[in-house]
Design a protein around this ligand. Structure first.
Ligand SMILES: [Zn+2]
Length: 191
């Protein structure tokens, strides 16, 4: 598979570097589970900067919206966030389904405003990895299965030099949510 051209370890090193460069801190300060906001004092503009660096590095488009915003958009307003801006039971169910037991924990009643602080380098590695995993088996331009990664470059076709066509981050999330619904995942509103 094309995405195995870039290992999670390599993605992690690039995420670490993007964060350190954007925040002008040493890479050693960035740990896999550091909260970008709480531990590293990142602000909204820093997130844009970090995403931009990763987009340049991997030729990907990072998601513009948070996961729970997509849940609201796809499954209806009030599904994930109640009218006082807090997470519903459905939000917790779907969050856990996506991030698994290793992911950061959320609970019903938690303010949505607290969610951005859960973003860690590990989260960003997962997002980049998911986007890279949308690389098709063969190059749509020349039909060859010759994806390659030169040092420090994005996935490129060894046959014709085209960049790998990758799904945008927001589309990756939407696709996951549609699969979740098709599998019978519970997204009913809390009654
Ligand atoms: Zn090609």
């Amino acid at each position: 598979m094309a995405e195995s051209l870039i290992s999670p370890d390599q993605i992690y090193r690039e995420v670490q570097k993007a964060i350190a460069d954007a925040l002008q801190i040493s890479e050693q300060k960035v740990e896999p589970d550091s909260s970008l906001i709480r531990d590293l004092a990142a602000e909204s503009l820093d997130f844009i900067d970090i995403n931009f660096r990763l987009e340049q590095r991997f030729n990907v488009e990072m998601p513009r919206k948070y996961f729970l915003e997509h849940v609201e958009e796809l499954f209806g307003e009030g599904t994930a966030i109640d009218e006082s801006g807090r997470l519903t039971e459905a939000a917790v169910t779907i969050w856990n389904a996506r991030l698994g037991s290793a992911g950061p924990r959320v609970h019903a009643g938690m303010p949505l405003d607290d969610v951005p602080a859960l973003v860690t380098p590990r989260t960003l590695v997962m997002i980049v990895g998911e986007i890279l995993a949308t690389c098709p088996a063969t190059c749509p331009s020349c039909g060859k299965a010759a994806w390659a990664v030169a040092d420090g470059s994005p996935i490129t076709c060894g046959g014709c030099g085209a960049h790998a066509p990758l799904l945008a981050g927001d589309d990756v999330i939407r696709r996951w949510l549609e699969d979740f619904r098709a599998r019978g995942g519970s997204v009913s509103r809390a009654s």
